[in-house]
Design a protein around this ligand. Structure first.
Ligand code: SAM
Ligand code: SF4
Length: 451
């Protein structure tokens, strides 16, 4: 490796996946990783446009990098500065105007063209802008080899969205919904497993709308993945309540590799707000769905996303959200204050909710959700379950892992068990993690693993 590459990633797991792919397409050009901008021959900022602050963070980060780029140039070294992801897609012109020292602006669908862009930027100078939605899929043009090796891996199976929720930029930045053919997904999954992955999380903006050639829907894909020997755990995110079909619910009942955890964003508990959001379901629809899922898989934990302060949201609407949260009982959640995104219908709606009202509602909701998360973790104490060991723990003699419900686990134990699935018992819980002991210390670990 002769050149150094720094990639900073904001936003969802799909951006994490894209960043890994970008590192892979640049590796044949001689780029290897660095964590320090001062050493970097190329910096890519992979951005998220979902909320306002992310774009502002980008511009302050660019301001800092400009100084590093100038200092490097004075020392006779160049730095190619690229902005990728959804902010680049939506605000390419603004980036060019506010940060003319940026060399490349590229959307999420053109990462396979990165080597060509780097060559053009180095040759010609000036801005290389590529925010097309190309006819060809990036997935068909990305290298097969996955450099990343790890016990857990992300795998993007579906991109884009046709649902047009009132508040959301995704349909504009990631484009129309497309699904990768099952054969391509299965081949990538096999490669990941060969490289050591035991848990794969399938990614999509609307992953349960997956309709890839070869298997029909997501349930078919999960069933096909469950046939891969050594793939012990399967997850998928993010799902839309509208696309939670009978076959997928049945998969939660039938497929042990499918982990008992589902991220199912509801956004609001008020039917008026859900209609204004164009979500296509009511609070009662969501509650019925939760009942059916829990009937299929009684240990299923649910997490969700919420937006407070959507235009038109009243105190009564907010109370309906609080009531829904109490009724469902979530294991965790992301909750946000509504942020007006340019070009979306909600940004143009009258009755925008005052900022301080949104803050107060968010604080109330977050305190309830945090209490539920602590309660969910505390309820694991005394229980036994399988833990996927992901590596050494923070302290000597500790190992780290993941519970079936995606809780971080710490335990005293021997090193070298990475990738093993070990039966453990939780002895204490915090808001974000569990401390466990190996199930029966008198049983040799090999036997525990086999059990
Ligand atoms: N497709 C997923 C769904 O329908 O639930 C969500 C994808 S979105 C990338 C992730 C989350 O960001 C959303 O669930 C929503 O809660 C939040 N979000 C999206 N737009 C937002 C906005 N304008 N203001 C605040 N939060 C927003
Ligand atoms: Fe955005 Fe709605 Fe599509 Fe989710 S379903 S990505 S919130 S438009």
């Amino acid at each position: 490796m002769t050149k150094r590459l720094l990639i900073r990633t904001w936003g969802c797991q799909m951006n994490v996946y894209d960043s890994e792919r970008m590192a892979e397409v640049l590796a044949p050009l001689g780029f290897g990783p660095t964590e320090t901008p001062e050493d970097a021959d190329m910096v890519i900022l992979n951005t998220c446009h979902i909320r306002e602050k992310a774009a502002e963070k980008l511009f302050s980060e660019l301001g800092r990098l400009r100084l590093v780029k100038e200092a490097r140039r004075q020392g006779g070294q160049e730095m190619v500065l690229a902005v990728a992801g959804c902010v680049a897609q939506a605000e390419g012109a603004e980036i060019a105007a506010r940060a003319p020292y940026v060399d490349i602006v590229m959307g999420p669908q053109t990462i396979h063209r990165l080597p060509e862009m780097v060559a053009r930027a180095s040759r010609a100078g000036g801005l290389v802008l590529d925010t097309d939605f190309p006819e060809e899929s990036k997935f068909d043009h990305l290298p097969e080899a996955r450099a990343q090796q790890g016990v857990t891996a992300f795998l993007t199976v579906q991109e884009g969205c046709d649902k047009f929720c009132s508040f959301c930029v995704v349909p504009y930045t990631r484009g129309a919904e497309t699904s990768r053919p099952a054969a391509a997904v299965l081949a990538e999954a096999r490669r990941l497993v060969e490289a050591g992955a035991r848990e794969i999380t399938l990614l999509g903006q609307n992953v349960n709308a997956y309709h890839g050639e070869g298997v029909g829907g997501l349930a078919g894909l999960v069933r096909a993945l469950a046939e891969i020997p050594d793939l012990a755990r399967i997850r998928y995110t993010t799902s839309h309540p509208r696309d939670m079909g009978d076959d997928l619910i049945a998969a939660h009942r039938d497929i042990p590799q499918l982990m008992p955890m589902l991220h199912l964003p509801v956004q609001s508990g008020s039917d008026r707000v859900l209609a204004a959001m164009n979500r296509g379901h009511t609070a009662a629809d969501y509650l019925r769905l939760v009942d059916r899922l829990r009937a299929a898989r009684p240990d299923l934990a649910l997490t969700s996303d919420f937006i407070v302060g959507h235009p038109g949201e009243t105190d009564a609407d907010h109370a309906a959200t609080m009531a829904l949260v109490r009724e469902v009982g979530f294991a965790g959640a992301y909750s946000f204050k509504y942020s007006a995104r340019p070009g979306t219908p909600a940004a143009r709606a009258p009755q925008q909710v005052a900022g301080d009202v949104g803050d107060a509602r968010l604080a109330e909701l977050q305190s309830l959700l945090a209490e539920q998360q602590r309660g969910f973790n505390a309820a694991r104490v005394g229980q036994e379950f399988d833990v996927l060991v992901t590596g050494p723990g923070r302290h000597p003699g500790q190992i780290a892992g993941r519970s079936p419900w995606l809780q971080a686990v710490h335990a005293e134990g021997p090193q070298g068990l990475e990738g093993s699935i070990i039966r453990m018992r939780a002895v204490s819980a915090t808001a974000n993690s569990l401390t466990c002991v190996l199930k029966d210390r008198s049983t040799p670990l090999q036997e525990q693993h086999a059990a």
